[in-house]
Design a protein around this ligand. Structure first.
Ligand SMILES: Cc1cc2nc3c(=O)[nH]c(=O)nc-3n(C[C@H](O)[C@H](O)[C@H](O)COP(=O)(O)O)c2cc1C
Length: 220
């Protein structure tokens, strides 16, 4: 209930539910019914155009959720503004008052395991969810600092998996490969923080497939 994608919002779904609490509640009720004994959780934002935690979060917390995850930005802020961790005490109070059994997870701008632990400690939340912090950093949860060689190995594997998975995706109507350009947004995260990284990135941007990524890295 926080997705800002236009196509999702057009259907009244995602972040648009923020402006239709009655429907949001109906959806949760129906999900509980369909889920039987399975836990039901919601992920949302702090509001649509402004901070609306006082009115919006109680609507959700009244619905007997196993877990509520809050992306600490408004829909309008997308993922651009800094996440508002300063709202954590107020959110925690609401949870404790309305639904103390609901697990509370905070989300936004967590870039390391240490930061994750600190946010949990400072906020009093039950946990945190990591978004973009994991991009190009599969070592996130081990806390390990990878060498350039380890980053290259991961990038090559990632590029190969990208090809393999999108090739074998039977749900795609045309069965075609996804454009390799989509993979390129991950290059910067793997190829940075060492001498020559920028030049290598420029070369990699011209790669058309995983084999070319491998060849360019090998010659580097
Ligand atoms: C490429 C991308 C895809 C995402 N897809 C989803 C999604 O399917 N469902 C969801 O709840 N959030 C999705 N998000 C939002 C993230 O879960 C998270 O709320 C957001 O990135 C803020 O956290 P961060 O500051 O740690 O990145 C997506 C974010 C990105 C960048």
């Amino acid at each position: 209930m926080g997705c800002p994608d236009r196509a999702v919002e057009k259907q009244g779904a995602g972040a648009a539910l923020n402006n239709n609490p009655t429907l949001a509640k109906e959806i949760i009720t129906a999900t509980h019914k369909g889920a039987g004994n399975l836990p039901v959780s919601v992920k949302t934002r702090i509001g649509y155009s402004k901070n609306e935690i006082k009115s919006w979060l109680p609507c959700l917390l009244e619905e007997n959720l196993a877990c509520l995850t809050i992306h600490l930005r408004t829909r309008k802020e997308m993922s651009d503004a800094p996440a508002r961790w300063n709202l954590a005490p107020e959110i925690l109070k609401l949870r404790n008052k309305i639904s103390p059994e609901t697990i509370l997870i905070g989300n936004g701008d967590i870039n390391s395991l240490d930061e994750a632990k600190l946010r949990v400690k400072e906020s009093g939340f039950d946990g945190v969810m990591v978004g973009r912090g994991i991009f190009g950093n599969p070592w996130f949860f081990s806390g390990k600092v990878p060498s350039p060689a380890e980053k290259f190995k991961a990038l090559k594997e990632h590029a190969e998996l990208f090809e393999k998975m999108y090739k074998s995706d039977k749900n795609k109507k045309d069965g075609k490969l996804k454009n390799f350009d989509i993979m390129k947004k991950h290059f910067k995260a793997y190829v940075s923080g060492f001498d020559g990284a920028k030049d290598l990135r420029i070369k990699l941007m011209a790669a058309k497939n995983a084999a070319e990524v491998k060849r360019i890295i090998a010659s580097f």
